[in-house]
Design a binder for this molecule. Structure first.
Ligand code: M6R
Length: 611
């Protein structure tokens, strides 16, 4: 979703901001813009990609060592030049970029219209900017003061950054609910939605908190709360290398990230899973182990792929720990009136750690006394910070919009959490615990065998790329894997795909089956194997085309189906980390075969920071 970048210092701001916007392209956007301050306040904006903005700025005045830039993912008003950010105030002196949604913008706009303000765009951002301008005019106060007053009236989520022609040495920024990172250089500052535009200049960063205002000069950073009290900036060191956010020779980030999984799963287990001594150490979980083993129930809230990881965790936690688990879409959970008892444990799963629905859901649960465990990939993100405890997934930056390596890392962490609770609670006998430790430990070594056969999936993608619909079926732990396979395919290839529990198919979706419908079965060896064989027969009897993901050496299903792909054998508790990988690759190759932009599929955003 919207990306913001700003710079103040000695360098020319334009190249820093444009490069930064390109680093944020993965978030998803439909227009881009930049404002630069020299003697004039120049604003350039264009619908389309950052490259189009660059083309548009050829020959224009790009001087200035202070500036703000933005990639917009349309919420209020269609994607077009006039709705792109930055916006300019009526007096021409201020420019502002914004990420988030101002919920009461209609009311504020009504007030401003009565005062004679005119609007050039359909955006809530322009309303907020002119609201700030109006306050400054009426109170004859510094911009910082006007921003503070305005934000007290604003309902919604935002990160804003303002340029002020009257104060050409200062950027004013503020946040509530959307992310803002400030990189601290020598005599310069870099502001961005995440660390990727900052990493090549400095590793020292400050994550701005909700309701904080930043007054940023080249050599000074002041943070204040909305009560105008100074807050000491907490400077952190980024644990990230530039290579992690570059393609490294791959055609797409998605392919790179799929191929990184032997390492990312290994990194996730490292220092936690001790296969030699059959031990699991997870600081955040260990500290809260009493709360976890005494929990009457666990609720998992998440969205999209992270929600699928939550479903896998439901099966594992209930099986190993004998604790009831409910898995909720964060967007539903936050608006209904869920029954939460003090001491209930809520596990929030999020790659980005910035998903608005998940964040609000856990804030709500926290208010009611729940203990929040965050399973998050992005270090220092909002969800990680508001959780009581948790565990990072350590998958490294995920740039492709489709979540791949983050999913398998989430499964690795959640499996360890379940094993840890079960061991402490005494619901898992020592032999089974040891067996699972070995099985989990072996996963990173088994992934390369799947990746090595990518060409098989490429061939399948060629064969089935023109299908109009796909059905993905699985049972038990393979059911959420089927859901994830369907999500990946629709995101990347725009082919309609549905995931279903295999046995549920006969209650409706079987009506879709004919010789044109490819049905992907996730049918690795597990307790449901015989049942899924029957489900496959039901599809074959109706002439459906079956592609099966099977365990190595399978000699039953492989004889019944049109196509199959073998994955190494593994205990069913850890098998989803393997069986999902061919589905990621299948989606990837179908997208490529159709000539689509797999890293930035249409309409999607990497980090969904609006509800
Ligand atoms: O950052 P999060 O894990 O909270 O994001 C949740 C979903 O938006 C995300 O998983 C989305 O479904 C992905 N595009 C899936 O590939």
């Amino acid at each position: 979703m919207c990306g913001i970048v700003a710079y103040i210092g000695k360098r020319s701001a334009y190249p820093v901001i444009v490069k930064g916007l390109k680093r944020l392209e993965y978030r998803g956007y439909d227009s881009a813009g930049i404002a630069l301050l020299n003697e004039d306040l120049n604003i350039y904006k264009k619908q389309g990609k950052v490259a189009q903005l660059e083309e548009f700025t050829i020959g224009k005045d790009l001087s200035g060592s202070i500036g703000i830039g933005h990639t917009r993912w349309a919420t209020h008003g269609e994607p077009c030049d006039k709705n792109a950010h930055p916006h300019r105030s009526s007096n021409g002196k201020l420019a502002m970029i914004h990420n988030g949604i101002i919920e009461n913008y209609t009311q504020l706009k009504g007030e401003l219209l009565k005062k004679g303000y005119e609007f050039e765009s359909d955006t809530d951002t322009e309303v907020l900017l002119k609201f700030i301008e109006d306050i400054q005019k009426n109170n004859q106060c510094p911009l910082e003061e006007a921003v503070r007053i305005a934000l007290k009236r604003v309902v919604g989520a935002y990160v804003i950054i303002l340029l002020d022609k009257d104060n050409p040495d200062t950027l004013i920024a503020a946040r509530k609910g959307s992310p803002l990172v400030i990189g601290i250089g020598k005599g310069e500052h870099f502001l961005a939605s995440d660390a990727s535009p900052i990493i090549e200049y400095t590793k020292e960063v400050v994550y701005v908190n909700d309701y904080e205002l930043a007054i940023v000069k080249a050599d000074e950073l002041i943070l204040k709360n909305l009560g105008n009290e100074k807050v000491t900036p907490f400077i952190q060191k980024l644990d990230m290398e530039l290579a992690a956010i570059e393609k490294g020779g791959y055609d797409h980030f998605m392919l790179k990230e799929i191929n990184e999984q032997p390492d990312t799963i290994h990194d996730c287990l490292r220092g936690r899973l001790d296969a030699q001594h059959f031990n699991i150490r997870m600081a955040g979980i260990d500290k809260n182990i009493d709360k976890l083993i005494n929990a009457q129930r666990i609720m998992i809230v998440a969205c999209g792929t992270s929600w699928h990881a939550g479903l896998v965790a439901e099966y594992i936690i209930e099986d190993l720990c004998r604790i009831p688990v409910e898995v909720e879409y964060a967007s539903e959970f936050r608006y209904r009136n869920p029954v939460i008892h003090p001491g209930d444990v809520i596990i929030a799963i999020s790659q980005s750690g910035e998903t608005a629905d998940t964040m609000v859901a856990i804030e709500k649960a926290k208010e009611q006394g729940a203990v929040i465990l965050g399973i998050v990939n992005q270090v220092g993100s909002s969800i990680a910070r508001i959780s009581d405890a948790g565990a990072y997934t350590h998958a490294g930056p995920e740039i492709g919009v489709a979540s791949t390596k983050a999913f398998t890392a989430q499964l690795a962490v959640l499996t360890m959490v379940a094993m840890k609770i079960a061991e402490s609670k005494g619901t898992l006998n020592s032999d089974k615990f040891k067996h699972l430790v070995q099985e989990l430990n072996a996963i990173p070594e088994k992934v390369p065998a799947i990746l090595a056969k990518s060409n098989e999936l490429k061939a399948l993608a060629e064969k089935y790329k023109d299908a109009r619909d796909f059905l993905f079926l699985g049972r038990g732990l393979n059911f959420p894997v089927a859901l994830e396979g369907a999500l990946k395919l629709k995101e990347i290839s725009y082919i309609h795909a549905e995931g279903y529990p295999a046995a549920e198919m006969k209650h409706g979706p079987i009506a879709l089956v004919d010789e044109n419908l490819p049905v992907v079965f996730v049918a690795t060896k597990d307790a449901y194997y015989e049942k899924i064989v029957s489900n496959i027969q039901e599809i074959k009897a109706r002439k459906g085309k079956v592609i099966a993901i099977v365990s190595e050496g399978d000699d039953v299903i492989t004889k019944m189906v049109d196509d199959y792909f073998e994955v190494p054998e593994a205990d069913e508790t850890v098998a989803p980390m393997l069986s999902v990988i061919p589905l990621q690759l299948l989606a990837y190759y179908v997208g490529v075969a159709k000539g689509l932009d797999v890293d930035k599929p249409r309409n999607l955003a990497k980090s969904v920071t609006v509800e």
